[in-house]
Design a protein around this ligand. Structure first.
Ligand code: ATP
Ligand code: MG
Length: 451
């Protein structure tokens, strides 16, 4: 199509050239007729010679045009014009001969002939001019139409190309960018591979392999962190077991002494003591065992207060007796939780809070429900030293710690963050230096809260 347009453009250009010649023909014919009229008005013989000179020019120009292109549509009309000019010029010559013969030169017949043929050549030359003009006009409108078609084709092609660029280049890049930002925030979302069958698809597939690998490493990290806190907790739990064992032992001795001749009701109380303390010891050991077991992430409907209390039980050994701990979680809050991991969240937050309180202070765990938003908000607050503003944005980063070497790995909060994310929840922090810190965990609670 573009080739056709080019051909049309060249043809139009040539037609303009021809039109210029044809205008020349037409002007010279008008000139010849002007001399003809002058002669009839004033009888000046020179006008007839000028007339012949003009028609000769016309004949020469016609000759040139016919040689420029033998296939021009206008050629036949030009040949006809040339023939009529010859007849016309012959009439002029006849008139000149008559002038020389008769002196007066008056011959009505010849004059009529001249006027008659003069009109014919004027008409033919006007027709030729009009014909060429019409042809050029139609060529120009054809070119205009082609231009419109081409412009539309270019616009549509542009739209299609942009669409393809968006689908095959920008979309995958945007998806990779979004996934990268999510990874930086601890969410290991794979991207939906777009089937572009080229390097972009390969990059997306490689990206997903990287995400799986990162996720695996993150799990290892969480496990390592858990083992490290397990070590700390075990030492504390051993200490916690000491109390009930001591109580059991003392109660046993008293019971033995009183067994034969003592008060049976007193012996019974001692045995009940032993039973209670055994249960206490069993709870501590059970919690530790549950916590240490490695399990796949799984959500189960659980009582929030139970999970918090088990965490408090395990973390208690790390909390100084000068720190009071209050749990205010409504009994009826039941929501989908990975019990073991959520326990890990609370243990980490309680230990952090305890470590932030230099001497005396308090740790409070409360929970409220937001039925409209279908979520439960757990707040863990302490009256500790607070977090410097410049550190607030970094505390969830892996390995960020302000603790002395050997006292903290800096993994606690990053693990907390990851676990909350796994629950589709969010965690935020508010802190005031010297006053304390509060962590807020928002957990989705899609099922209707049982009241
Ligand atoms: N309740 C809090 N009060 C004050 N600062 C806190 C509190 N919780 C966390 N931080 C700050 O955030 C940092 C990171 O906490 P994170 O639990 O991730 O690591 P860590 O406690 O330093 O070490 P780890 O938990 O691995 O033993 C802490 O070093 C501390 O500076
Ligand atoms: Mg910590």
């Amino acid at each position: 199509m573009s080739f056709l347009s080019y051909v049309d453009l060249v043809t139009t250009e040539r037609k303009m050239e021809i039109l210029e010649y044809i205008y020349n023909v037409h002007n010279n014919i008008l000139e010849a007729r002007r001399y003809e009229k002058n002669y009839f008005l004033y009888g000046n013989q020179d006008s007839l010679y000028e007339n012949i000179a003009s028609t000769q020019k016309v004949t020469e120009i016609i000759d040139t045009i016919l040689h420029v292109d033998e296939k021009l549509a206008v050629n036949n009309q030009l040949i006809e014009l040339d023939a009529q000019i010859k007849v016309y010029t012959n009439s002029i010559r006849d008139l000149l001969a008559t002038i020389q013969e008769t002196d007066t030169g008056k011959d009505g017949n010849i004059e009529d002939k001249i006027r008659h043929y003069g009109k014919i050549i004027s008409d033919i030359s006007e027709d030729i001019v009009n014909f060429e003009k019409t042809q050029i006009h139609s060529m120009v409108s054809l070119l205009r139409e082609q231009l419109i078609v081409w412009a539309s084709v270019a616009i549509v092609t542009g739209i299609i190309l942009s669409f393809f660029s968006i689908s095959f280049v920008f979309k995958p890049i945007a998806a990779i960018k979004k996934a990268t930002v999510a990874i930086a925030q601890g969410r290991f979302n794979k991207i939906d591979v777009i089937n572009t069958k080229d390097e972009i698809q390969q990059v997306m597939e490689a990206f997903n392999i990287m995400v799986s690998e990162l996720e695996r490493r993150q799990d290892q990290l969480i496990q390592a962190e858990k083992l490290s806190s397990l070590g700390t907790l075990t030492a504390g739990v051993a200490h916690q077991l000491n109390n009930p064992l001591n109580n059991i032992s003392t109660s046993c001795q008293i019971a033995i002494d009183e067994f034969t001749d003592g008060d049976p009701a007193f012996v019974r109380r001692m045995l009940q003591n032993i039973d209670q303390e055994t249960l206490r010891a069993r709870d501590v050991v059970k919690s530790l065992l549950e916590f240490s077991r490695t399990q796949e992430f799984a959500l189960r409907t659980a009582s929030l207060v139970d999970v918090v209390q088990k965490a408090v039980l395990l973390a208690k050994s790390q909390v100084s007796p000068d720190i009071s701990m209050t749990v205010d979680v409504p009994q009826h809050l039941v929501l989908p939780l990975d019990i073991q991991r959520m326990q890990e969240v609370f243990i980490n937050l309680i230990i952090n809070a305890a470590q932030a309180i230099l001497r005396q202070g308090s740790i409070t765990i409360t929970a409220t429900e937001d039925i409209g938003a279908q979520e439960v908000i757990v707040e863990i607050s302490d009256t500790g030293q607070g977090i410097a503003e410049k550190n607030l944005a970094r505390i969830f980063d892996p390995f960020f710690t302000t603790k002395e070497e050997g006292h903290g790995t800096g993994l606690g909060l990053s693990v907390v963050y990851g676990i909350v994310q796994q629950h589709q929840g969010t965690i935020t922090v508010q802190s005031q230096i010297g006053q304390g810190t509060s962590f807020f965990i928002h957990l989705p609670c899609p099922v209707k809260i049982v009241t």
